[in-house]
Design a protein around this ligand. Structure first.
Ligand code: DSN
Length: 415
C-alpha cells in the first residue's frame, strides 16, 4: 500500500530549500513588477489531486475518461474569466505567457508573416519578436517605438510604421511600459491596414480586471495574459478572443501547441478569478496604483530619471546611469539590502540587455502585504541610501535590518 508522507517527513533536502525560500519571501521586499503573493486558497488549490489527471480536450469533449470534475473546474474558471474581462471566449489551458503567445501566433499567422510590435528595449517582451525567441525566429517582426522625449507611445508614429509595413498582426501590451495604452487607436490603425489585433496584458491584467485600466478585450481580436502577476493567481496563462476566433484559438492551444492541461493550476486560476471578482480586489488594485505613483514621485524628487516621468499602472522604469551605475549593479546593491528588483532596458538603451541602464520597480507584491504610501516613502529613501552609499557595508546592513522589520510587520497572507 502506498504510504503518503508529508513533504517534511519524506524529503528533508527539498523541504529545507523550500523553507529557506519561505524565509526569504517573509523577510525581504519583493519589488519585481511581475511577481505577487497568492492567497492561501490559491496555494491550496495548486497542491491538490487534480495534478493526477489527464484531460486533453475541452469540457464535454475530452480524450480521456473520468473528467466530470475536471470539466466542472475548467468551466468555473472560464465563466469567471469571461465575467472579469467581458470576454466572448476564454481558453484557460495555456501553461504560461510565452506558450500562450505562441498559440496566438500559431492560430493567426504562417511562418514568415509580418508582425508589428513594440521595440524590445522600449518595453516589449521576448515573445514579441526578439531574435533569440521563437517569435523572432519564426515570424518577421517589425517595430514601433516610444517617443524619445515623452517616453510614451506616439500613435501617429505607430500609424506611419503600420501603413509602411502593412503587418498581418499588430501587438500591443508590454512588460516594461508604465502608461495607459490607446487600444481603440491601435484597432483603428489595424483596421486601416487589415491587420489582426493582439494584446498581451500579462502585466496589467489585474488592473484591467479591476476596471482601473482600459480593457482591450472587447476591442481586440485576441488577448493573452499570464495569471500570476497583478491578477494574483497561480503561475499560468489564458487567451481571450472574439467568438469568431474561438475554434482557431482552442485548436492552436490543443492539439496545436500543448498536450494535457494542468488541471490543478486551472482550479487555482478559478479560485483567483473568484477573488478578483470581489470588491476587495478593486481596493487592492487602487492601492497598487497609488503605491506605484508615490514611488515614482519620490524617485523623481530624489533626482532619478523615471521613464515617461511617471506611471499609470503598477510599475516604473528608472534609469540608474545618472547615479553612476548600471541596472544590473543597482539590482545587486538592492539585493544586498533585501529588496528584489529586476534590471531593465530603457528606451534606446546604449547598454546590452544583460547589463542594461535601468531598473524596473513594481508594487503588486508589497501592496498585497498591506503596505501603503507611508511605507513606500520609507522604501524609496532606503533604495536611494543604498544606491548612494553602496560601498558602505555597515549602512547596507542597517537598511537590510530596516527592510526586514517592515516586512515582518506586514506578513504575506499565505505564509
Ligand atoms: N518575466 C516577465 C516579467 O518579468 O515581465 C515577463 O515574462
Amino acid at each position: 500500500m502506498l504510504n503518503y508522507k508529508n513533504l517534511a517527513d519524506q524529503d528533508e533536502e527539498v523541504m529545507v530549500a523550500i523553507k529557506r525560500e519561505m524565509t526569504r519571501q517573509t523577510e525581504e521586499m519583493e519589488m519585481i513588477a511581475s511577481e505577487n503573493y497568492v492567497s492561501k486558497a490559491v496555494l491550496e488549490a495548486m497542491g491538490t489531486v487534480l495534478t493526477n489527471k489527464y484531460s486533453e480536450g475541452y469540457p464535454g469533449h475530452r480524450y480521456y475518461g473520468g473528467n466530470t470534475c475536471i470539466d466542472e473546474v475548467e468551466n468555473i474558471a472560464i465563466e469567471r474569466a469571461k465575467k472579469l474581462f467581458s470576454a466572448d471566449h476564454v481558453n484557460v489551458q495555456p501553461l504560461s505567457g510565452s506558450p500562450a503567445n505562441a498559440a496566438v501566433y500559431f492560430a493567426f499567422l504562417k511562418p514568415g508573416d509580418k508582425v508589428l510590435g513594440l521595440k524590445l528595449d522600449h518595453g516589449g517582451h521576448l515573445s514579441h519578436g526578439h531574435p533569440v525567441n521563437f517569435s523572432g525566429i519564426l515570424y518577421n517582426f517589425v517595430q514601433y517605438e516610444v517617443d524619445e522625449t515623452t517616453g510614451k507611445i506616439d500613435m501617429k508614429k505607430v500609424r506611419e510604421v503600420a501603413l509602411r509595413e502593412k503587418p498581418k498582426m499588430i501587438v500591443a501590451g508590454y512588460s516594461a511600459y508604465s502608461r495607459e495604452i490607446e487600444w481603440m487607436k491601435f484597432k483603428e490603425i489595424a483596421d486601416e491596414v487589415g491587420a489582426y489585433t493582439f494584446a498581451d496584458i500579462a502585466h496589467t491584467a489585474g488592473l484591467i480586471a479591476a476596471g482601473e485600466m482600459d480593457n482591450p478585450v472587447p476591442i481586440f481580436d485576441v488577448v493573452s495574459t499570464t495569471t500570476h502577476k497583478t491578477l494574483r493567481g497561480p503561475r499560468g496563462a489564458m487567451i481571450m478572443c472574439k467568438e469568431q476566433y474561438a475554434k482557431l484559438i482552442d485548436k492552436a492551444v490543443f492539439p496545436g501547441m500543448q498536450g494535457g492541461p494542468h488541471d490543478h493550476i486551472n482550479a487555482a486560476k478559478a479560485v483567483a478569478f473568484g477573488e478578483a471578482l470581489q470588491p476587495e480586489f478593486k481596493e487592492y488594485i487602487k492601492q497598487v496604483k497609488k503605491n506605484a505613483a508615490t514611488l515614482s514621485d519620490e524617485m523623481v524628487k530624489m533626482g532619478y530619471r523615471v521613464i515617461s516621468g511617471g506611471t499609470d499602472n503598477h510599475l516604473i522604469v528608472v534609469d540608474m546611469t545618472s547615479k553612476g551605475l548600471s541596472g544590473k549593479e543597482a539590482e545587486a546593491v538592492l539585493d544586498r539590502v533585501g529588496i528584489s528588483v529586476s534590471r531593465s532596458t530603457v528606451p534606446n538603451d546604449p547598454n546590452p540587455p544583460l547589463n542594461p541602464s535601468g531598473v524596473r520597480f513594481g508594487t503588486p507584491a508589497i501592496t498585497t502585504r498591506g503596505m501603503k504610501e507611508d511605507e513606500i516613502k520609507k522604501i524609496a529613501t532606503w533604495i536611494n541610501s543604498a544606491i548612494d552609499h553602496r560601498e558602505e557595508i555597515e549602512l547596507l546592513e542597517k537598511i537590510k535590518e530596516d527592510v526586514k522589520l517592515m516586512c515582518l510587520a506586514f506578513p504575506i497572507p499565505s505564509i
